[in-house]
Design a protein around this ligand. Structure first.
Ligand code: PMP
Ligand code: GLN
Length: 386
């Protein structure tokens, strides 16, 4: 009975691989979620909101004012953006922000330009809206795009360009120059820029996260999405947000009312306090993940993979061809049995045949895990050579 446009989306690779990892007892480096919880102050705050302060009833529709103010202040503090808290909408994770935004902006006949491989919810949310996805390939090894291919993806039907930086699953961090080119095309085609910046605090080796809304002339056509899940290691809380100028943010605000109305009442004030944590917290996030990236990358290299070093996110893409595997889907399904580690194939994040072909061998490993877990995983991966 499932409506035709949602038929390609009956499951997700994260559901499948997490199930496989659980069944086989493999270390799950497939679905990206940390195995430690976020800062103690955040957890204590949330617990107190539930048990002491009784913040358990419906919050205001667009979100708890303290969190909307904290998001605005975070955007000022880290990115120099001027955001009116009235233009912030709190959502049920970035996922709802993405769906509400595309549903609110697009319909049949409209096109959404994005990069491929692409986070899985983009294709599904575009299909939900009845719109059409146009993808621009990001090519290994450094996952950059070709300017002509980008320009060719835009047309008179382009309603939205959906950007994700730092980029899942490739770990690419778009440069200012790349973002400016995207911005120029958005202006030329009068498209709305929707930018998913959930990995904004996760960049390495001095790579700079540049928010689209911070580029000259773009704030007025940009909706910026992020969430607490990654930054504060609380992926199960699903507290996210979207902000942008009033004429754009009205779109996700309207739709969101009829997806969930609101959620996470006791979590929202706790996230507000966490966003105000000192710089030392954010520096530790980066330092810890840099160490984990290097640990897992070294293990993957030692095991015989080629590693496509990420400049951001908590994912590393590896090429198993030196080990004799040229199909990432096949390898991801066999990996738990071969060595007790789970990963996700990259090609499933592509909706075009050419994108799937170009990324066919690649697999993605998440490194947001305890160091001892990553060490154990690298020891297991070393067994692949045997
Ligand atoms: N966008 C990207 C690029 C992601 O990797 C994720 C994490 N799964 C999300 C959005 C969804 O974020 P949330 O868990 O806050 O819904
Ligand atoms: N963002 C995470 C990942 O890419 C998990 C996504 C999910 O479970 N839907 O692995």
């Amino acid at each position: 009975m499932l409506v035709e446009r949602m038929r390609p989306f009956t499951s997700t690779i994260f559901t499948e691989i997490s199930r496989l990892a659980a069944e086989t007892g493999a270390i799950n480096l497939g679905q990206g979620f940390p195995d430690t919880d976020g800062p103690a102050s955040l957890l204590v705050d949330a617990a107190a909101n539930i048990t002491e302060y009784g913040r358990n009833q419906y919050p205001p529709g667009p979100g708890v004012p303290a969190l909307r103010e904290a998001v605005a202040e975070h955007q000022r503090r880290f990115h120099g953006l001027t955001v009116d808290p009235a233009d912030v909408v709190i959502t049920t994770g970035a996922t709802e922000a993405i769906s509400a935004t595309l549903l609110g902006l697009c319909g049949p006949g409209d096109e959404v330009v994005t990069f491929e491989p692409t986070y899985d919810s983009y294709a599904a949310a575009t299909a939900l809206a009845g719109a059409t996805l146009r993808t621009v390939p990001l090519r290994a090894p450094d996952f950059t795009f070709d300017d002509d291919e980008l320009a060719a993806a835009f047309s008179g039907r382009t309603k939205v360009v959906l950007v994700n930086t730092p980029h899942n699953p490739t770990g690419a961090v778009f440069t200012r120059e790349q973002l400016l080119r995207i911005g120029e095309l958005a202006v030329a085609h009068d498209a709305v820029i929707v930018t998913d910046e959930v990995y904004e605090h996760m960049t390495f080796d001095g790579a700079e996260h540049v928010p689209m809304a911070s580029l000259p002339g773009l704030a007025d056509r940009t909706l910026t999405i992020s969430s607490a899940g990654k930054t504060f290691s609380v992926t199960g809380w699903k507290v996210g947000w979207v902000h942008g100028p009033p004429h754009l943010v009205e779109a996700p605000r309207a739709v969101k009312q009829f997806l969930t109305f609101h959620g996470g009442a006791p979590l929202q004030p706790a996230v507000a306090n966490a966003l105000a944590l000192p710089d030392s917290f954010y520096e530790t996030v980066t330092a810890d993940l840099t160490r984990k990236r290097d640990l897992l990358s070294a293990g993957l290299r030692a095991a015989g993979f080629d590693v496509l070093t990420p400049r951001g996110t908590y994912f590393v893409v590896a090429d198993p061809r030196p080990l004799g595997h040229d199909d990432g889907v096949e390898l991801a399904w066999k990996l738990p049995e071969l060595c007790g580690v789970a990963a996700v194939p990259v090609s499933v994040f592509c909706s075009s045949e050419s994108g799937a072909a170009a990324t066919r061998p690649l697999v993605r490993f998440a490194f947001c895990k305890r160091d001892d877990v990553l060490r154990e995983a690298t020891e297991r991966l070393a067994g692949l050579r045997a």
